[in-house]
Design a protein around this ligand. Structure first.
Ligand SMILES: [Zn+2]
Ligand SMILES: [Zn+2]
Length: 355
């Protein structure tokens, strides 16, 4: 499924996939979720390297590996990731590989039949029967899991879970408020529950989404179209504000609400992706200083796929993490364009292409 030009509907094309070279793996894709980032690529919001091979929230089976690959073997069931850490950059050498500056993708290029080089979304490109990635982008997980469900850990759901569990460091008895209850926000709610939060406030403009947020663990809901978001969070947290506020929209107004909805020394985690034209909210510096705490953007939930994916898949299989609830519908490859429209209308958490 290829995005040929800015704003043009996506189309199915024949893709030439090279045999894996050194450090690479060829993967038979089993399922791939439709993410906002795929739409951003299509809209030209990421860069201009058209044509894009879209799709990046995927699970599959390793079909072949190139020279020197020892971490995965043909037949392994894997979730694909976009953080194959290098082990050699400054962050990796300091023991903080989740901040790796030089993550790996496949070196060889996938192309159209006429040789036009494709840009795979987030270095993955999994709206395809086969894709070529760096071997480190394949994280083996339990074979028992449904690929349509666990493939979602490859991007948005991991970003939300990690926003609470890793970046926000939510712990037992914490109060958490999540602003924006799409797939990422609901994952932040599920992560907060898993980490032991006792009060979890969901904030959104849409009552349908707030209802769904309760299924992931929200204990309170605030509809910000009818009540003040900050006051709503305060009321739900005994007047204090939340220990951790997760901004899952990517909008200055919402970031400002998250900032003021914290208790003293609370943390704001920014996981919603802003557009380049947005400015940081105009907040008096004395409020920043006086309230203490932390403002923490998070990329991919600060996850380390090799550490976090197998753990989260196990928790899902044990019934402790409702990952399956993120799958709103299963669709064919030819239904991606329609899935974009459903996503824009807020009708789905995730449409998942099953191959
Ligand atoms: Zn590195
Ligand atoms: Zn994504």
């Amino acid at each position: 499924m290829v995005a040929a030009a800015k704003g043009a509907p996506v189309t199915i094309e024949k893709v030439m996939v090279p045999d894996p070279g050194p450090g690479e793996a060829l993967v038979d894709v089993l399922a791939c979720g439709v993410c906002h980032t795929d739409l951003h690529y299509r809209e030209g919001g990421i860069n201009d390297d058209f044509p894009f091979l879209l799709g990046h929230e995927a699970a599959g089976r390793v079909a072949a590996v190139g020279q020197g690959v020892t971490d995965v073997s043909p037949g392994d069931f894997v979730v694909l990731n976009w953080r194959a850490v290098c082990g050699q950059c400054r962050a990796c050498r300091r023991g903080r590989p989740q901040y790796c500056f030089a993550t790996h993708n496949a070196t060889q290029k996938m192309t159209l039949e006429d040789g036009t080089v494709l840009s795979p979304a987030l270095g993955i490109g999994a709206f395809a029967e086969k894709t070529l990635v760096a071997a480190g982008q394949c994280t083996p997980v339990s074979d028992q899991a449904d690929p349509a469900v666990v493939g979602l850990l490859g991007c948005g759901v991991m970003a939300g879970l990690g926003a609470s569990m890793l970046t926000g460091n939510v712990g037992r008895g914490d109060s958490v408020a999540v602003f924006g209850c799409g797939g990422v926000g609901d994952a932040a709610i599920a992560g907060a529950r898993l980490a032991g939060a006792t009060t979890i406030v969901a904030v959104d403009l849409d009552d349908r989404k707030l209802q769904l947020a309760r299924q992931f663990g929200a204990t309170h809901t605030v509809n910000a179209s009818t009540e003040d978001a900050v006051e709503g969070v305060r009321a739900a947290t005994g007047g204090y504000g939340a220990d951790v506020c997760v901004e899952a929209v990517g909008h200055p107004k919402v970031l400002e609400q998250a900032f003021f909805a914290r208790d003293l020394a609370g943390t704001v985690v920014q996981v919603g992706v802003p557009t380049p034209d947005m400015q940081f909210p105009d907040i008096p510096m004395i409020e920043f200083f006086g309230r203490g705490g932390a403002l923490k953007p998070t990329w991919y939930g600060d996850c380390l796929p090799s550490r976090d994916f197998p753990l989260l898949v196990d928790l899902y299989l044990q019934g402790r993490l409702p990952l399956d609830r993120f799958v709103s519908e299963r669709i064919g490859l030819d239904e991606v364009e329609e899935a974009f429209h459903k996503m824009e209308r807020g009708e789905v958490l995730r449409s998942v292409v099953v191959l």
